[in-house]
Design a protein around this ligand. Sequence first.
Ligand code: KIV
Ligand code: ZN
Length: 403
Amino acid sequence: MSKQPDRVIIFDTTLRDGEQSPGATLNVDEKLTVARALARLGVDVIEAGFPYASPGDFEAVQKIAKVVGVQGGPTICGLARATRQDITKAAEALKPAAKPRIHTFLATSDIHLAYKLKKTRQEVLEIVPEMVAYAKSFVDDVEFSPEDAGRSDPEFLYQVLERAIAAGATTVNIPDTVGYLTPSEFGQLIRGIKENVPNIDNAIISVHGHNDLGLAVANFLEAVKNGARQLECTINGIGERAGNAALEELVMALHVRRSYYNPFLGRPADSTEPLTNINTKEIYKTSRLVSSLTGMAVQPNKAIVGANAFAHESGIHQDGVLKNKLTYEIMDAESIGLTNNQIVLGKLSGRNAFGTRLKELGFELTETELNKAFVRFKEVADKRKEITDWDLEAIVNDEIHVA
Ligand code: KIV
Ligand code: ZN
C-alpha cells in the first residue's frame, strides 16, 4: 500500500498538452531549453511529449530523458495511447531517464466510446489492465488516465480504475478533458473515487483539466481538498483550446493560502512546510521563457505572471501600497522572482545590458535575433523615457515570433 504524499506533486505537461496549443509548436532544442527550466523550477514530473506521435516528439522525449532526467532530477514521462505500439515507443524514448514514467490513456465516456473509439465498456475493461501491465513490463512507474473522466459514468469509472491499479498503475489521473465540470462536481468525483475504488490507496490520485469554462484551477483546488495529490498543469496555462490549468496559479494559491490547505494534507494549519517542491522564485522567468519560445503572449491581466498582476494604477491603491504593501497585495512580487524595480533600461543602454536583461528574463535568443530585437528596442527607447520588462517582452515577441 503506497502512502499518500503529504504534499502536492506538480506534473508539468507544457511540453505535451501545452504544445498542443494551436501555433505553439517547439523544436527539439527549444523543448530541451524548456525542460531544463522546468527542472530548475522544481517540477516533480515533466511530461516531455508523445513519442509515437512524430519522430520529432520521440527525439525530444529521448533527449530530455537523457539530459534532464538524470539522478536527482525530475521523473520524465511520455504519453502513449493504450496500444502496444504506442507503449513500446514511449518505453524506448524514455530508456535514458533515471526515473521514467509511461502515461497511458483510454477514454471511458460513452460519447468517446461510441463515436471515437467504437468500443464497448466491456472492451475497455479488458484493454486497460492489459495495456497497464504491458507498460509495467518496461517501467515501474505507470500512470493511467481514463480520458473524458469528467463525463463518464462514475460506476463504470470506478471499475476501470480498480482494474488499472490491480494491473500496476501507480498513479490514476482523472481528466476533465473538455473542461465541463464545476468545482463542487470535480471535488465530488474525486471523493467518490476515494470511497468506491477498493484499491485506491495503492495509487496516487492525479487531476488533469482544461479551461473551457475558466474553471480548471478552481476544480483542481477542490480536488486537492478531496484527496488528489498530483496536479497536471502547464506554464501560463497553455494547451488545447482554452488551455490547461496554469501551474503558476495553482502553486501560488497553495502557497499563499497554505494555512487553509494544510489540514487537507494532514498537516497543522500553521505548518510553514511548502505544499509543493516548486521554487516559486523561478516562476516569472519560466513564464517568460515559455511565452517567448511558443510565441504565445501572456494576457496583461493574467493572474501571477501578467503585466498588471502587481501593478497599481488608481491613486487610492498606490497610496495604500506605499503606506503598506499588504493593503492591496496578497503576495510579494519577489516571491515569483520579479524584482520590484521594473524600470530597467533606457535609450542610452547598450546591446550588452539589453542582452543581459533578456537572459535574466528567460529569453534565449540567437545572435541574429538579438540584433533584430536590439534595433527595435532602440526605436522604442527613443520615444519613451523608460523601458520596462513588459516592453522588452513585447519587443521580443513582436520582432522574433510574429514578424
Ligand atoms: O485532456 C486529456 O484528457 C488529456 C489526456 C491524455 C490525459 O490530455
Ligand atoms: Zn489534456
